[in-house]
Design a protein around this ligand. Structure first.
Ligand code: PLP
Ligand code: COI
Length: 341
């Protein structure tokens, strides 16, 4: 066994077929023990609930190689919790949390040659997901399910990595009031595909969504939460029941308070307020923290004072601290690092 021969520093955010994936099936009211398999394809009945009514939830987390060669995951317990809650919201049997962590360990170990080396800037992305395999034709939940985890080595999600990006406020909403915006269900992402294609065609890296009820508050983007730094240097974090509770964002809030000694203001944030802010960043497992330099909303353009050349001071420090923790260079708060091997 030897590391795969990839140009790790330039792999981008793409799918590579790796060696093994974890599969567990739910039938007759229980999950089986789960196993690792070779086949990356999924065979389903044509009337499987996932195909007809989008009964699917997923997660994203990463495995990192540390300088001593060990491999760790960042807060996988929170992914286990979140997919458990997402499944309940979509009327799916939740996958047991302990089994989730065991599946993470198994799939990382089985694909160890695909875990990017220390210092490459890349990591192994894990995609846990659960979907309704059972046949339905009337609208109702399936009775059979599959949980899987596949892995793929990845680099930065947004082109340019730490270089600031421009984002476009979407004319469409990704979530409904009292809808499923706060759970990680594939259906939310289907909702975002049209606006994301339009944004990319117009030269923007990503969409920013406003609150679906009044379209005056900032929600998040298609694949990350938004954070801001106000004129006083406070970290401003939008709060809304339709925002996905990002694990990266929750970690950033802790880091801001306990490592950087900043004041954090978590509250509903009016879009109009952004004009008075100094910095903006998008955060998530895939995005890590990507600085934003420009936000366009129809005819209106907001240029953040941090500019389009490099990350602002606070976003830069948050990025360095969280990536330092993930790569083992900075001591993590208790329980944040899960050692795999
Ligand atoms: N918001 C959305 C819509 C996402 O898809 C993601 C990605 O997981 C996030 C936020 C960031 O969440 P996390 O930091 O848990 O990856
Ligand atoms: C993640 O960050 O893990 C996500 O699921 C976001 C997705 C858009 C890649």
């Amino acid at each position: 066994m030897a590391k795969k021969d990839l140009d790790w520093a330039n792999i981008g955010f793409a799918y590579h077929v790796t060696d093994k994936r974890y599969v567990s099936n739910y039938k007759d009211g229980k999950w089986d023990a789960g196993t690792l398999i070779d086949d990356p394809n999924v065979t389903l009945n044509e009337s499987a609930c996932v195909l007809q009514y989008c009964q699917q939830v997923f997660e994203g987390l990463k495995a990192y190689t540390w300088e001593d060669g060990s491999v760790v995951c960042f807060r996988p317990d929170l992914n286990a919790d979140r997919i458990y809650e997402s499944a309940q919201r979509i009327e799916m049997p939740p996958f047991p949390k302990e089994q989730f962590i065991d599946a993470v360990d198994q799939v990382v170990k089985a694909n160890i040659d695909w875990v990017p080396p220390y210092g490459s800037g890349a990591s192994l992305y894990l995609r846990p997901y659960e979907f309704g395999t059972g046949v339905v034709i009337g609208v109702k939940p399936a009775t059979e399910y599959q949980f899987r985890i596949f892995t793929t080595p990845v680099g930065p999600y947004y082109k340019g990595g730490a270089t600031p990006i421009a984002i476009l406020v979407s004319d469409f909403d990704r979530a409904a009031p009292r809808g499923t915006g706060s759970v990680k269900a594939g259906l939310n992402y289907a909702m975002s595909l049209h606006s994301s294609v339009l944004a990319h065609q117009a030269g923007y890296a990503e969409n920013l969504y406003l609150d679906p009820a009044t379209r005056s508050y900032v929600e998040e983007t298609g694949g990350s939460n938004a954070i801001f730094v106000d004129a006083d240097g406070k970290l401003v974090v939008p709060k809304s029941p339709s925002i996905l509770p990002s694990i990266t964002r929750r970690s950033i809030v802790y880091i801001a308070e306990h490592y950087l000694h900043l004041t954090v203001d978590e509250r509903p944030v009016k879009f109009e307020e952004i004009k008075g802010f100094k910095e903006c960043g998008l955060c998530g497992t895939a995005a890590v923290i990507s600085p934003v330099g420009r936000i366009v909303n129809g005819e209106e353009e907001i240029l953040l004072p941090s500019g389009m050349e490099k990350a602002g001071e606070v976003i830069g420090e948050l990025y360095n601290t969280i990536t330092g923790i993930q790569s083992g260079k900075i001591e993590a708060p208790e329980g944040w690092i899960h050692h795999v091997c």
